[in-house]
Design a protein around this ligand. Structure first.
Ligand code: DC
Length: 211
């Protein structure tokens, strides 16, 4: 595979991570999950008692951070961190800070390999000139059902109506915010992930045949 950039955007729990991991393995591309960076920052704010309703406290803390881990962990996958990440993501200062981390990371590694990057604004704002842009669509009820099963399977307590409510709240926050809202990026291919993963991969494989 050439050193291309593929972006994947879509709402919470739409399967972006699984799809990105699959693409990364099959077509030998680096995977960058931008949601991890928002989650890591939310965790830093939480651990340092930053009042996330106070933009000055947010700005001050960001200035003190020199590095953020790109590593996933169970600690950043809680419902609490999901909500907080979505909440802090409305601020331009936060988005600028995280976008720079993404640009630097891609710049540093792009000579070796291409990238598949997932998030909410990757094809619309961060990597507008990507070679291929995907937008993942799945009904909120199906996303909630899948997330519920995932939590139950991993031994966590979970209540379906609460999961659905949280997903709808994050959808509102991500789509209605003023700065870089979740939209279908210009020129994006819409991938229907309501059905089986096999069906989703078939749609993507057809698109990737052209590269
Ligand atoms: O993809 P995720 O669920 O891990 O992302 C967590 C939150 O981070 C999401 O609700 C909104 C925010 N986010 C964003 O605003 N822009 C991105 N590119 C990625 C995530």
């Amino acid at each position: 595979m050439k050193k291309i950039i593929i972006t994947i955007d879509g709402p919470a729990a739409s399967g972006k991570e699984r799809i990105a991991k699959y693409i990364s393995k099959k077509w030998k591309l680096n995977h960058l999950d931008s949601g991890i960076l928002y989650r890591r920052l939310a965790l830093i704010f939480l651990n340092n008692n930053v009042d996330t309703n106070n933009i000055n406290q947010i700005k001050k803390k960001i200035k003190q951070i020199h590095e953020i881990s790109f590593r996933n962990s169970k600690q950043i996958r809680t419902q609490n961190i999901s909500k907080l990440a979505s909440k802090i993501a409305i601020h331009n200062n936060v988005r600028r800070f995280i976008n720079k981390l993404q640009y630097d990371f891609v710049k540093k590694n792009k000579k070796k390999q291409g990238f598949v990057i997932d998030g909410r604004d990757i094809g619309s704002i961060v990597f507008k000139n990507a070679d291929l842009k995907l937008y993942i669509e799945v009904k909120a009820e199906i996303r909630a059902k899948r997330r519920y099963k995932q939590l139950i399977d991993s031994g966590e307590k979970s209540i379906y109506p609460k999961i659905l409510k949280d997903i709808k709240l994050r959808d509102r926050q991500d789509k209605l915010r003023k700065n870089s809202p979740l939209v279908i990026p210009k020129g994006a291919q819409i991938i229907d992930n309501n059905d089986s993963f096999k069906n989703t991969i078939r749609q993507i494989s057809e698109l990737l045949e052209n590269f």
